[in-house]
Design a binder for this molecule. Structure first.
Ligand code: FAD
Length: 319
C-alpha cells in the first residue's frame, strides 16, 4: 500500500493551496485560527467564493457541475482548506443532500435544487434526529400523511445544526406504520418558510445556539418534494451517511489546533514543563496514527478497495 503522494498530487495540492490562500478572506481566516464565532455571513461568504470556483461541491461528479476529483484530490483540497484556516463547508447541502438528489432525485429535482446548493446561495438543514430517535433512527415519528397533491407534515426534529439559518430542510418522515420501522420512512424536502414550520434554538453550555428544535404543525409539502419512492427513505438516508469516509477524521484541524495549543503554552510559559510536553507528545502520536489510518483508507480507495471496518455508513462530519 503506497501512502506517499505522487508528483501530480503534490502539484495539485500546490495549486489548491495557492488558490485558497489568495481567495480566503483574512478576517474569516483570523476567526477560524482563533476559534472565534463565525457568523452566518462568514460561513456563507466562503461557501459562495468556493461556489463561484465550482469547488463548493468539491466531491461532485463533472456531470453535475463538480470538478470530478478522485478521493486523493478531495482529501488534499480538504486538507489545504483546513490548514489555511478556512471554515468547514456547512455539509448539509453540498455534502449530504446533493448526492441523494443526484442518485435518487428526478431530473426536475436535480435542476431545481442542485444549482442553489452548488453556488452556496441556499442554506440546507438536516432533519433526521427526533427526541427518542437518535441512534435508533428508524423509530422516527414525524408524520407525513398524503392528502391529494401534498403531504401534511406533523411532528418534531431536534439537534438541527444551524437550523436557525435553514431555508430548506431534508427530513426523514414516517409515511407508514406497516412492517419493519425502516420500511415506513420517506425522504422529504421541506421549504422552511412554509406555514407551520417553527425553529426553536437550544441554548448550549457555552451559551451559543448552534442546534435547534424544528416543529412541523400541519405543514403542507407538495408531493413533488418527495425524493424517490414513498417508504424507501431509509435506503436514501443510508446512502447519505455513507458519503463520509475520511473527512470525519479531521486530522488537519487537529494538527492546526495542536499548533495553537503550543503557541498558547509558549505564551503562558508552560511549554518548558516536561510533563506538559509529554501530554502534547501523546496527542501528537494519536494524530499521526489517525493520519496514517486516513492515508490507508485513501490509498485503498484509489485502487478501488474498501478497507475492512472503514467502508460502512458512519455519522456525518458535522457532529
Ligand atoms: C452537535 C450535534 C449536532 C447535531 N446535528 C444534527 C443535525 O443537524 N441533524 C440531525 O438530524 N441530528 C443532529 N444531531 C443528532 C445526532 O445525530 C444524534 O445526537 C445521534 O444520532 C445520537 O442520538 P441521541 O443524541 O438521541 O443519543 P441516544 O441515541 O439517546 O444515545 C445516547 C447514548 O446511548 C448509546 N446507545 C444508544 N443506543 C445504544 C445501543 N443499542 N447499545 C449501546 N449503546 C447505545 C449511544 O452510543 C450514546 O452514547 C446532532 C448532534 C450533536 C451532538
Amino acid at each position: 500500500m503506497d501512502l506517499a503522494f505522487t508528483p501530480e498530487e503534490q502539484q495539485f495540492r500546490e495549486d489548491v493551496r495557492t488558490w485558497v490562500r489568495a481567495h480566503l478572506p483574512a478576517d474569516i481566516a483570523h476567526k477560524v485560527r482563533n476559534s472565534l464565532t463565525l457568523t452566518r455571513d462568514d460561513m456563507q461568504n466562503w461557501a459562495k467564493i468556493l461556489g463561484k470556483k465550482g469547488w463548493l461541491g468539491h466531491a461532485w461528479p463533472k456531470q453535475f457541475g463538480g470538478p470530478g476529483w478522485n478521493a486523493i484530490q478531495k482529501h488534499l483540497f480538504e486538507e489545504e482548506c483546513a490548514l489555511a484556516c478556512a471554515p468547514r463547508i456547512v455539509p448539509f447541502g453540498p455534502v449530504m443532500v446533493a448526492p441523494v438528489i443526484m442518485s435518487f432525485g428526478s431530473a426536475e429535482q436535480q435542476q431545481k435544487y442542485l444549482p442553489g446548493i452548488a453556488s452556496g446561495e441556499v442554506w440546507w438543514s438536516q432533519g433526521y434526529s427526533e427526541p427518542g430517535s437518535g441512534s435508533d433512527l428508524a423509530s422516527v415519528k414525524c408524520k407525513a400523511e398524503r392528502v391529494g397533491n401534498h403531504y401534511l407534515v406533523n411532528g418534531q426534529k431536534t439537534w438541527t445544526t444551524l437550523g436557525q439559518y435553514g431555508e430548506w430542510i431534508f427530513c426523514l418522515v414516517r409515511t407508514s406504520n406497516e412492517g419493519k420501522p425502516q420500511t415506513g420512512i420517506s425522504f422529504l424536502l421541506i421549504d422552511m418558510k412554509s406555514k407551520g414550520v417553527s425553529v426553536r434554538p437550544i441554548k448550549l453550555l457555552d451559551g451559543e445556539c448552534e442546534v435547534n428544535e424544528v416543529w412541523f404543525d400541519n405543514v403542507e409539502v407538495p408531493v413533488e418534494n418527495l425524493i424517490g419512492e414513498e417508504n424507501k427513505g431509509w435506503t436514501y438516508a443510508k446512502h447519505l451517511l455513507s458519503h463520509e469516509r475520511t473527512n470525519i477524521a479531521d486530522v488537519n484541524r487537529s494538527k492546526r489546533e495542536l499548533e495553537r495549543l503550543k503557541r498558547i503554552a509558549k505564551a503562558e510559559g508552560i511549554w518548558e514543563d516536561n510533563r506538559f510536553r509529554d501530554e502534547i507528545a501523546k496527542l501528537e502520536v494519536d494524530v499521526i496514527a489517525l493520519e496514517m489510518m486516513v492515508l490507508r483508507v485513501l490509498s485503498a480507495e484509489k485502487i478501488g478497495q474498501k478497507l475492512a471496518g472503514c467502508g460502512g455508513p458512519i455519522e456525518n462530519s458535522w457532529q
